[in-house]
Design a protein around this ligand. Structure first.
Ligand SMILES: NC(=O)c1ccc[n+]([C@@H]2O[C@H](COP(=O)([O-])OP(=O)(O)OC[C@H]3O[C@@H](n4cnc5c(N)ncnc54)[C@H](OP(=O)(O)O)[C@@H]3O)[C@@H](O)[C@H]2O)c1
Length: 263
């Protein structure tokens, strides 16, 4: 099975190198193209660097890893050369199957990886249009397990699903950045040590909850004894943070709707 990647930015580069590192696709069967083609010089040993048209004409699975505003250009470029029966995979959660079909009517999947794929722990979201067969789904799923777990969702849940796994590393990083900056005002512990302490605790709390099947409430109850110090802090979070969290999702989902309407 030949696999092609169009767009060698954050996501395309990650997928290309992961598929190669994990041995999911041998270099003879791995193809890549990027608008600024020189960026692919570093990938010459792990993939065949070809034009988008050539890539589309030989690959069984074609990943389109470009920003939403560039997707139509790519589809126009490859629409007459796409191999018969090939599976087109868009990495964007906002661009609908309907708008893709307006340019290229073919088997299509949407795949949303997370940055945590870098350490093989992506929660990759996937959905399919009605042309995709069970065999196509299995082939794609097998490929994606090289970067972590795969979660199938209906197309109409890909937006919110993306917020929860793909945007979430950014949300988590920014929330804990704010917390660390606030902590720094009250201590002489070096900044980098504060960040490491919080990160290790954050990561261990997640593992604890997953391994012991604990809920957020379980953790809060175990740590925040009534009348104690932790409870003072958790009360602030539960009273003041919900408004910020609601605003966060209102803004991101609104942006998602605007992006979808422009493509
Ligand atoms: N970043 C994430 O965490 C993440 C997670 C899930 C999904 N996604 C989605 O994945 C897609 C790609 O995101 P990204 O973060 O990888 O973007 P990115 O870093 O900006 O990379 C986009 C790449 O697409 C290339 N490109 C643009 N137009 C092209 C064309 N016509 N033909 C070939 N290559 C072209 C660009 O080439 P140049 O070098 O010429 O600029 C660039 O290398 C987006 O739709 C995004 O929503 C991203």
């Amino acid at each position: 099975m030949k696999v092609g990647i169009i767009g060698y930015g954050s996501m395309g580069k990650m997928l290309l190198w992961k598929f190669s590192e994990k041995g999911s696709v041998i270099s003879e069967d791995l193809y890549a193209f990027n608008r600024t083609i020189e960026k692919l010089d570093e990938a010459g040993q792990i993939a065949q660097i070809v034009s988008a048209k050539e890539l589309a004409s030989v690959c069984d699975i074609v990943f389109v890893c470009v920003r939403p505003a560039d997707i139509k250009t790519v589809l126009e470029d490859i629409k007459d050369s796409l191999k018969e029966g090939a599976l087109l995979v868009s990495l964007n959660g906002s661009v609908s199957f309907e708008s893709i079909r307006a340019t290229l009517d073919c088997k299509t999947a949407k795949v949303i990886p997370s940055l945590t794929a870098e350490i093989g722990r992506s929660q990759t979201l996937v959905c399919y249009n009605d042309k995709v067969t069970d065999a196509d789904k299995s082939a794609l799923k097998e490929l994606l397990t090289s970067i972590g777990d795969v979660i199938e969702l209906p197309e109409n849940e890909m937006g919110m699903g993306s917020e929860l796994v793909s945007c979430m590393p950014g949300f988590i990083a920014s929330i804990f950045d704010v917390i660390c900056n606030s902590a720094k005002k009250h201590t002489r512990i070096p900044d980098d040590q504060i960040v490491r302490m919080v990160l290790q605790t954050m990561s261990a709390t997640g593992d604890l909850m997953l391994q012991k099947d604990m809920t957020f409430e379980d953790v809060v109850t175990r740590v925040a004894t009534p009348g104690g110090i932790t409870e003072e802090g958790t009360k602030v979070v539960y009273s003041d943070f919900p408004e910020t969290a609601d605003l966060l999702f209102e803004k991101t989902l609104e942006k998602r709707r605007k992006t979808a309407s422009k493509t």
